[in-house]
Design a binder for this molecule. Structure first.
Ligand SMILES: Cc1cc2nc3c(=O)[nH]c(=O)nc-3n(C[C@H](O)[C@H](O)[C@H](O)COP(=O)(O)OP(=O)(O)OC[C@H]3O[C@@H](n4cnc5c(N)ncnc54)[C@H](O)[C@@H]3O)c2cc1C
Length: 450
């Protein structure tokens, strides 16, 4: 049984002495009490779709929230156990004519995991990250002196100590380390804390009514620069636009293995979803942007959206398979920069990737938020990806926009924040988890290894 909890989608593999699968909050508290008494660390497991190793144990005990599966949909909100899968929340919300806006494209993720990483994904262009949609949280805290406590935190509940504030990057998405900003509340703090501050047991999340119609499309471009021109033209000028995703020429080459309808002349693609379905306006935009109109795909139905999403999601899956087949460690980035530096960052990526790994990389993702993922398909890209992290920070960006840093990328935190800001975060960790019980090795390294 332990085997199932030792790895996540990053391919990192750990080890554990014991797996606990509690059925309720008091059993979680009891497990934390026992762990404190035994001096064992506790790694909280969601669904294992994380890509940075946060849920991978480096020794100690694993605590899985999979039995926390309460799911109640009401008008405007849902009450969701941490173990509920995102796809089950999406389906239940849809049956009620509503939707849950955060859309990390991996719907096999658990709600607890998406809150712990402050996941975002394709619709964050309009709706932001998970944090914005959390109304309340039930959390089990390790507590001082080995006495765990179950707490419920409402939106607006002030933190009962001063967590301090750190200078945050001026990006649209950031989940590197703890959010420490003036006026923040308890739910703000737990969102994005990557299983290091408390065990999230349940959440109340906000839902919205499904828009009456949505126009969606996969728009192909003859050059990468034409696609980037469209991004800059549309980013601030299309009010209903909720998705603006990019795929470069290498991404399309990989996808052609499965999707033969991709036009041969396409050198880039943008995926869009627009809640204002003004077809004439889109025809004008498409003509002005130089889209390969005849070869592009458009749709208005939920089925079309699902097909395009499947197309989009196939890319990271193929990338993961390719890297695994080649016998390499998954090497990818999750950096975002201020939107006005988007073009500059992309030009830097392309130039350096072509110098070091010509043709053996993909650039894709949430370009509307100036946040694309780089995956290198073969070779040791570690030094280059770290160079990219430094460049993103130099441009005012973040080293993690949506995946968190987990164990594999924990060292990047020090590129983004000064020692005194890291110390402010550590002080919060000491306050809430004084014996460093939770998520040992995640964010803070702690000198551990697999
Ligand atoms: C193909 C693919 C595509 C992806 N696309 C996106 C994307 O577009 N956007 C995006 O944001 N992410 C994306 N991801 C990453 C992943 O889906 C998210 O990180 C997700 O939020 C992880 O959820 P999980 O339940 O699998 O968590 P896990 O991987 O199990 O854990 C992740 C972290 O959360 C902590 N944790 C889990 N549950 C709890 C809890 N109840 N309480 C406290 N801490 C907890 C763990 O300790 C760990 O640190 C993608 C992943 C894959 C494989």
């Amino acid at each position: 049984m332990t085997e199932n909890y030792l790895e996540d989608a990053s391919g990192l593999r750990g080890h554990a002495d014991r797996v606990i699968v509690p059925a309720d909050e008091s059993a979680v508290a009891e497990a934390l009490r026992e762990a404190a008494a035994a001096g064992a660390s506790v790694t909280i497991a969601g669904a294992g779709t994380g890509v940075t190793g946060g849920g991978v144990p480096f020794g100690g005990w694993v605590l899985s929230l999979e039995k926390f599966n309460r799911l109640e949909v009401r008008s405007g909100y849902a009450i969701v156990g941490a173990g509920v899968l995102l796809r089950d929340l999406h389906a239940a919300a849809q049956r009620s004519g509503q939707f849950y806006p955060p859309d990390p494209t991996e719907t096999a993720a658990s709600i607890g995991g998406t809150i712990a990483t402050n996941a975002s994904g394709s619709r964050s262009f309009k709706y932001g990250a998970t944090r914005r949609w959390i109304e309340s949280l039930r959390v089990v805290l390790a507590g001082p002196d080995g006495h765990p406590a179950v707490r419920e935190f409402q939106r607006g509940d002030a933190i009962d100590f001063n967590p301090g504030a750190i200078p945050l990057p001026k990006v649209r998405k950031n989940t590197a380390g703890y959010l420490l900003r003036p006026g923040m509340d308890w739910p703000d703090l737990f969102c994005g804390s990557e299983g290091t501050l408390g065990v999230i047991a349940e959440a109340r999340v906000r839902l919205l009514p499904i828009p009456p119609a949505i126009l969606s499309g996969v728009l192909f471009f003859p050059t990468g620069d034409a696609a980037l021109g469209a991004v800059e033209a549309w980013r601030g000028s299309v009010p209903g636009l909720r998705m603006l995703e990019y795929m470069d020429v290498n991404s399309l080459r990989l996808l052609r293995e499965r999707f033969s309808a991709i036009p041969a002349e396409a050198a880039a693609a943008l995926l869009i979803e627009d809640e204002e379905t003004d077809v004439d306006a889109w025809l004008d935009r498409i003509a002005a942007a130089g889209v390969l109109e005849e070869a592009s795909w458009f749709g208005m139905s939920a089925g079309d959206r699902e097909r395009f999403r499947h197309f989009r999601h196939a890319l990271p899956e193929i990338v993961n398979d390719t890297v695994r087949r080649n016998g390499y460690k998954k090497m990818h980035t999750d950096y975002a920069v201020p939107v006005k530096r988007n073009g500059e960052m992309l030009a830097y990526y392309r130039r350096r990737l072509e110098e070091e790994f010509p043709g053996r990389y993909v650039i894709f993702g949430h370009i509307g938020d100036a946040h694309v993922h780089i995956n290198v398909l073969s070779g040791d890209a570690g030094p280059l990806l770290e160079e990219f992290a430094r460049q993103a920070v130099a441009l005012g960006g973040t080293v993690s926009a949506e995946h968190g840093l987990g164990k594999r990328k924990a060292a990047l935190l020090a590129l983004q924040y000064a020692p005194e800001h890291l110390e402010a975060m550590r002080a919060v960790k000491r306050r809430l988890d004084p014996h460093n019980l939770l998520g040992r090795g995640t964010l803070w390294g702690d000198g551990l290894s697999a």
